[in-house]
Design a protein around this ligand. Structure first.
Ligand SMILES: [Zn+2]
Length: 317
């Protein structure tokens, strides 16, 4: 990582638009609510760099399907070509992360050998961009930031038409089962404190489960006027981007202050310090999501079928 960061700094000094394979390709892309400041680091060819920039515009637009605009008006996006094919299980975007030292920067490691179509089907960039809908949370509450991004990567890929609704619910269901099987003796707070190497699936999917439960409860009790999208829209208006570390309870208390009646802190008190996994099976039954072996069936006449559709139907632009 140190080598990569030194290279980024060196390139910033000489940054300019260039077709040369020895300099960064620096450009901007407009999406609703934001201008992305993009650097594609060498090596790349010009055609691929243009394709990558078009894909970044699309992936960042996925996140605008939550509440109509990108959560940060001027994020920095750094694309780092890698030929390390052992990462990421053959994904065209084997690794991504958000750093927030004075500015929000999204780093995406890409395998530029792969055809551009594969990039559009990959969730990594949508996941990383989704992180910007929440402020930075410390290590102990990382399950909330990873969980909300894991929930939204699936929901937003579906709204964008990159996944079918069945794909999205199947992936959520599979994730919840992986999370349920991961370190059942730990609470989400304990799992996050132990670290990703110890309890990755618990960290990612317990938070996604809480995101789903909050979203369904908000939509159900408000008749669709409130949702996770609506509350995160309000959070962005009041408080983002934020340059400091928030705690989980601080974030959840703030989210509760933005809705009619508290939903987040009750979920936190119920699950954050308790071993096991949030109960998503009841919600799936009411939403009409039937996980069936490796497939899924969506029941048209389920009690909360309308809410299921509102979460994952293709968004009208
Ligand atoms: Zn993440």
């Amino acid at each position: 990582m140190r080598t990569v960061q030194a290279a980024v700094l060196a390139l910033l000094v000489t940054a300019q638009v260039s077709a040369s394979s020895r300099e960064a390709w620096v450009t901007e892309a407009e999406v609703p609510g934001a201008t992305l400041r993009i650097e594609v680091l060498p090596p790349f060819d010009e055609e691929k760099a243009r394709e990558i920039v078009a894909w970044l515009r699309s992936a960042s637009s996925n996140v605008t399907l939550a509440y109509g605009r990108f959560p940060n008006p001027s994020p920095r996006v750094v694309v780092i070509p890698t030929d390390n094919h052992s990462w990421g299980g053959g994904s065209p975007v084997p690794f991504g992360r958000v750093t927030r030292y004075g500015e929000e920067k999204i780093e995406l490691y890409v395998n530029i050998e792969r055809p551009i179509d594969e990039f559009y089907a990959d969730w990594t960039a949508t996941h990383e961009f989704s992180h910007l809908m929440l402020p930075y949370l410390g290590d102990r509450h990382r399950w909330i930031s990873e969980g909300f991004a894991s929930y939204y990567q699936n929901v937003l890929m579906s709204r964008a038409g990159r996944y079918t609704a069945e794909d999205a619910w199947r992936k959520l269901g599979a994730g919840f089962e992986r999370g349920r099987a991961s370190r059942p003796e730990l609470s989400p707070n304990e799992a996050a404190s132990a670290g990703v190497r110890q309890a990755r699936m618990k960290i990612y999917w317990s938070g996604a489960a809480v995101a789903l439960l909050a979203d369904v409860e908000l939509r159900e009790r408000s008749g669709g006027k409130e949702s996770l999208d609506v509350v995160l829209d309000r959070l962005q208006r009041c408080c983002l981007p934020s340059d400091r570390t928030w705690s989980g309870p601080e974030l959840f208390s703030k989210l509760d202050s933005l809705v009619e009646e508290a939903v987040f802190m009750p979920l936190y008190r119920r699950y954050a310090n308790r071993a096991g996994f949030p109960d998503t099976r009841g919600a799936f039954t009411r939403l009409g999501v039937e996980v069936d072996g490796s497939g899924v069936r969506l029941r048209a006449y389920a009690e909360l079928a309308d809410i299921r559709s509102a979460i994952t139907d293709v968004a009208e632009l």
